[in-house]
Design a protein around this ligand. Sequence first.
Ligand SMILES: Nc1nc2c(c(=O)[nH]1)N[C@H]1C(S)=C(S)[C@@H](COP(=O)(O)O)O[C@H]1N2
Ligand SMILES: [Mo]
Length: 186
Amino acid sequence: MKRLRLRSLLAAVAVLVLTAFTSASAVANTSAQPGPTSCGLPAGKFLLIGDIARPQFLDVSSLRRDTLPQQTVTVTFRAGGVPQTHTYKGPLLLDVLTQAEPRFDPAIRNDRLRYFASVSATDCYRALVAYGEIDPNFENKKVLLAHTEDDRPLDAEGPRLVVPGDIAGGRYVTNVNRVYFAKPPL
Ligand SMILES: Nc1nc2c(c(=O)[nH]1)N[C@H]1C(S)=C(S)[C@@H](COP(=O)(O)O)O[C@H]1N2
Ligand SMILES: [Mo]
């Protein structure tokens, strides 16, 4: 009991420190050019932060836990015009976000449709997914945060965003180190 409290306290402190650190580096590094310290976080670990009740500092293996239903999808996308086909395993981005308890405002009509997930990588690459794309009542697209690519575990490099249906590979973000869930102010 006491141990658990200490662990959550330590986790909360880690999230706070890392959040401050990565947002400072986000301001300093607005281009996609990786600097010597990249975008701040160690490869294989990622932050889940933003307008959520339970911010978290996770590793790739946490995406395999049995409270997150595991999906397998085979997709084809173009990388530099060349089609590639891969099979990915991992939970839905939707389920990862849901367990973090998004702070949707019930007083705002369809507040969830205002939200996006901004998925960043160690090289400062970044792409967005709108919540409406993954909401079961809207596009219901099976976007994954994959821990495995073609039976190769991604534990050392970090998860990969998988966006079935995208023609080009631009949103298949590799080496994910942060998922920021929020809504624009305007
Ligand atoms: N972190 C990161 N992810 C990325 C990119 C990148 O530059 N950095 N490029 C994207 C683009 S433009 C494509 S086409 C695919 C290429 O996938 P591949 O590296 O598996 O060939 O990765 C995507 N994911
Ligand atoms: Mo690309």
